[in-house]
Design a protein around this ligand. Structure first.
Ligand SMILES: NC(=O)c1ccc[n+]([C@@H]2O[C@H](COP(=O)([O-])OP(=O)(O)OC[C@H]3O[C@@H](n4cnc5c(N)ncnc54)[C@H](O)[C@@H]3O)[C@@H](O)[C@H]2O)c1
Length: 374
């Protein structure tokens, strides 16, 4: 028997820019001319069936005018299509169209598109560069930044994927003007979550500007988008691979992801997170980390943002308790929750540990006591 050691230490610089602004397609074309995607001149623009007509075609035309080659690969919109099957179908179409390793992937759309396209880019030809052009508030607030990519399976959301950082993220606030009110609210859930976990001043800003944000008031929307990115960046920079601190971004997602799957995606991701955040606050009050008044402030802000804070009648609450076990924070078969500490902080249970074991009975009690959805 013999052993051969493969010495392979890596130094990686995955730094990238996030640009927040309006009508950024021209800027994207300029950046690409300056070498944003390395030497690649052929793009695969991945988008969904709604965004294709709204924005993707104009972006494609801009890139063709700038001398790049490429085409659109669209898939039917909706969370239920964020699957391995959709990824495989897109890959087959790209292979048939002759795409090889010398291409880059441009994701144009919301979080479903960026999660799926980012995952695809990470495995296509063992990895090609990808760029995110975020068109929803939720993608701007959360999904497009941080390098987590994934697809859903029938069991649960986001369990299959990879860490894959984009070359650049464009957050085009103009695109929010065509979003349905429910989609705006959905993005605001991740925004309120960020404020709750990291910054009371941001929470106060949202309380003061919620009405303007809901009316797409430019200054407030831009400030909010920047604030969201700063918070996510601060966390991801310190813990890209979710060894500890990054778990704080899971606030509200233990119940949130479970209820999102159980609702069979009748609830939007942010709506599910809003319900999950409400549950995490109730748990925090029970554990003595938050006052009733603070819990009510969070609830009021979520309601003002147009979000649900109760459990829909069609959800079987006992099934919800059991679904909690599909959460990726589960360790050795035990449920773990991220718990807010007042507003603007997360409880650090031990140095570097931000999620705590919670007994099934406690989780059940919180879920059973939650309001029915109005
Ligand atoms: N990777 C991460 O870190 C991360 C973080 C949070 C959420 N997510 C994922 O993000 C997804 C949710 O994101 P989402 O809410 O953006 O969903 P989405 O991509 O499905 O977009 C929501 C809907 O809006 C449409 N749409 C997109 N842009 C539009 C526009 N400008 N005008 C009109 N309609 C538009 C889409 O076609 C879709 O019907 C979930 O899959 C969730 O798991 C990922």
């Amino acid at each position: 028997m013999s052993t051969f050691r493969v010495a392979l230490k890596k130094t990686v610089d995955d730094s990238y820019e996030i640009e927040v602004g309006r009508d950024l397609a021209g800027k994207l074309a300029e950046d690409l001319k300056r070498g944003l995607a390395g030497g690649c001149r052929r793009f695969a623009l991945i988008t969904d069936s709604n965004v294709e007509k709204l924005y993707a075609e104009a972006i494609r035309d801009k890139l063709l005018e700038a001398g790049f080659e490429g085409e659109i690969f669209a898939f039917p919109a909706g969370e239920k299509n964020k699957t391995r099957e959709t990824k495989a179908a897109l890959e087959d179409r790209m292979l048939e169209a002759g795409y090889r390793r010398d291409c880059f992937v441009l994701a144009v759309g919301g979080g479903v598109v960026s999660d799926l396209a980012g995952f695809l880019a990470g495995t296509y030809g063992r990895g090609v560069p990808f760029i995110n052009y975020a068109t929803t508030l939720l993608a701007a607030a959360d999904a497009s930044v941080g390098g987590k990519t994934a697809v859903d399976t029938p069991l649960a959301t986001n369990l299959i994927g990879l860490f894959n950082q984009p070359k650049k993220v464009y957050i085009d606030i103009d695109c929010w003007s065509t979003l349905h009110a429910r989609e705006i609210s959905s993005g605001l859930a991740e925004t309120v979550k960020h404020a709750c976990l990291a910054d009371e001043a941001f929470f106060e800003y949202l309380e003061a500007h919620m009405d303007g944000i809901l009316q797409n008031e430019p200054k407030a929307c831009e400030r909010m988008a920047q604030w969201n990115c700063e918070i996510k960046y601060q966390v991801v920079m310190k813990d890209e691979r979710e060894a500890g601190l990054r778990e704080v971004l899971n606030l509200g997602h233990t119940v949130g992801r479970a209820i999102e799957t159980l609702s069979e995606y009748r609830l939007l991701h942010g709506e599910a997170v809003s319900i999950g955040l409400t549950a995490a606050c109730a748990l925090s009050v029970q554990m003595g980390y938050m006052t009733e008044e603070e819990k009510d402030r969070v609830r009021d802000l979520l309601v003002r943002a147009g979000l649900p804070v109760g459990i829909p009648g069609y959800i079987d609450r006992e099934a919800l308790v059991q679904k909690l076990y599909t959460d990726k924070k589960v360790r050795n078969g035990r449920l773990r929750f991220v718990i807010p500490k007042g507003i603007g902080e997360i409880v650090e249970f031990r140095p570097g540990v931000f999620a705590e074991e919670i007994s099934e009975n406690t989780a059940r009690q919180i879920i059973m006591e939650m309001d029915p959805r109005a």
